[in-house]
Design a protein around this ligand. Structure first.
Ligand SMILES: NC(=O)c1ccc[n+]([C@@H]2O[C@H](COP(=O)([O-])OP(=O)(O)OC[C@H]3O[C@@H](n4cnc5c(N)ncnc54)[C@H](O)[C@@H]3O)[C@@H](O)[C@H]2O)c1
Length: 481
């Protein structure tokens, strides 16, 4: 398979949308001339809200522990984004890069050189074809396989990884369809291997700060969160040799939230979704599509070869989620509008409100924290906010910030990698497991289904199969680790 012709194994006929409420669906599908093919893989009429009984031989993995390891041996498949993980692992004393893989041999060679330069040991190389990874996962000297390939590959690679006895660390999003999400859940439970979403945004300085404020009770009872992936990717979406080879395809196949987890992951952890609360249903709407088409027409990227593409994904998608405990979450997606980056990263409760970009905090009772602020009608001053940061810095950030300096995305990539690998080293359950990977990723298909039915509510399946109601939200990491 050539890199410029990504697999299209998910494409189905328009009939996949039948049963969604035909008249409303046709309103949207009428403008979707590319809908003769769709990434939605579920069978026509499939009830996506149904929670299939746990098949015999599977056990929940919410508290899965594994034997502790002296060192964690890793392999990385996909060496563009994957290079960040290679570099992070090289800076972690208990991690060892055993094998690297990319279709492009040059990328694999560069990764191997980096390992040799920094650790004096050259990992095995798997390259040259889109199936070279299959041999890598057969090795018996790997504990964790990182999967940092285009979305189409995430599920087959993660499934095979777990079936071969390794933990799968999967880039965002873990899967595109609900059916694929269930597959990850079932394989993780059957093999008792972790399937961890590499959601680095859960480990940003501000996200960890807000998580800590939440667990320390500063926000009181949590009521509402807002989050987003707003990132002007118009140029990236046409870059050959990188994401431009495959990511734009989703813009002519799906009208919904194509990249929900960067915003949703952190707020799901604040709210304890899957662990004490649960997603219930969502409604979703998209604006009209303009900016990608306009950019393509104006710049004629790659010699104008994309002129016939018809994009259906609305510029701004907004989804609203209701949770079982009555909280609400707004999730937005816009990767084509001319505007600055934002994940919004907002949280409200009875004790206060946080908004990011830039970071702002308002408190119901600032005096109880010894602050100068008088009330909640204004954001805290820079001095008061600094005092709160000083007091409530998350222990993981306090421990790792210095080492994380210079690593990707303001240090969060290193902190995430350290934390997940350290959990595997100690044999404890990682901060997020397959239920989180599935719940955060399934928003792609479910938002598209709601958009296609004129914003009708869509039930979000409970991937924990009822476990959520008895679980406790993610604890603050032990500062001694
Ligand atoms: N968490 C983040 O901040 C972040 C940032 C960027 C990308 N990502 C995610 O990382 C993943 C990869 O994105 P990217 O930007 O690196 O994409 P990319 O297209 O630039 O690179 C993908 C790499 O995977 C390789 N590849 C593709 N199919 C393969 C196969 N079958 N076997 C081996 N190698 C294969 C390609 O040759 C390429 O080197 C995506 O899921 C993306 O969403 C996450």
């Amino acid at each position: 398979m050539s890199r410029s012709q990504p697999t299209r194994r998910r494409f189905l006929q328009t009939s996949a949308w039948a049963g969604l409420g035909a008249s409303l669906a046709s309103l949207t599908l009428g403008r979707n001339e590319a809908a003769a093919q769709s990434v939605i893989a579920s069978k026509p009429g499939t009830d996506l809200s149904a929670v299939p009984p746990r098949p015999a031989g599977q056990k929940p993995v919410h508290a899965l522990t594994t034997p502790p390891l002296e060192r964690v041996r890793i392999a990385v498949i996909g060496l563009h984004r994957g290079m960040t993980h290679v570099k992070a692992a090289l800076g972690i004393e208990f991690a060892e890069v055993v094998a690297v893989c990319d279709i492009i041999d040059e990328r694999a060679q560069l990764a191997a050189q980096e390992c040799e330069k920094r650790r004096g040991k050259r990992p095995a190389i798997y390259s040259g074809s889109d199936s070279a990874w299959e041999k890598l996962v057969e090795r018996d000297d790997i504990d964790v396989v990182y999967i940092a390939t285009p979305w189409d590959w995430h599920v087959p690679m993660a499934v095979r990884t777990m079936e071969r006895g390794k933990h799968a660390f999967v880039e965002v999003a873990a899967a595109v369809t609900v059916e694929e999400c269930w597959k990850l859940v079932d394989v993780s439970e059957r093999t008792q291997r972790h399937c961890v979403l590499l959601e680095n945004c859960c480990y940003g300085e501000n996200e960890l700060f807000v998580l800590n404020l939440t667990r320390e009770g500063v926000f009181g009872e949590l009521t509402h969160a807002e989050c987003a992936y707003i990132h002007d990717l118009r140029t990236v979406l046409f870059q050959l040799g990188n994401e431009g080879d495959w990511r734009r395809n989703y813009h002519w196949q799906l009208d919904g939230n194509l990249y929900p987890t960067h915003g949703l992951g952190p707020v799901a952890q604040y709210l304890g979704l899957g662990t004490g609360d649960q997603f219930k249903f969502l409604v979703s709407m998209s604006s009209l599509e303009r900016n990608l088409t306009q950019h393509r027409n104006a710049t004629q990227p790659n010699g104008g070869r994309h002129a016939a593409e018809k994009y259906v994904c609305g510029d701004m998608n907004t989804s609203l989620v209701k949770t079982e405990r009555g909280r609400t979450i707004m999730i937005q997606h816009d990767v084509v509008s001319p505007r600055p980056y934002s994940r919004i990263n907002a949280l409200s409760g009875t004790g206060g409100t946080f908004f990011d970009y830039p970071a702002r905090l308002a408190l119901n009772d600032p005096k109880s924290f010894g602050l100068a602020a008088k009330g909640s009608h204004a954001w805290l001053s820079a001095t008061d906010l600094a005092a709160m940061r000083q007091r409530f810095t998350h222990p993981l950030w306090r421990k790792l910030a210095e080492r994380a300096k210079g690593s990707g995305h303001g240090g969060m990539d290193f902190v995430m990698n350290w934390r997940h690998l350290d959990c595997v080293r100690r044999g404890v359950t990682p901060d997020s497991v397959v239920y989180d990977a599935a719940a955060w990723s399934c928003i792609i298909e479910l938002s598209a289904r709601s958009v296609a039915t004129g914003g009708m509510p869509v039930v979000i399946p409970d991937f924990t199969r009822g476990l959520w109601s008895t679980l406790r939200p993610l604890a603050i990491a032990d500062p001694r680790v």
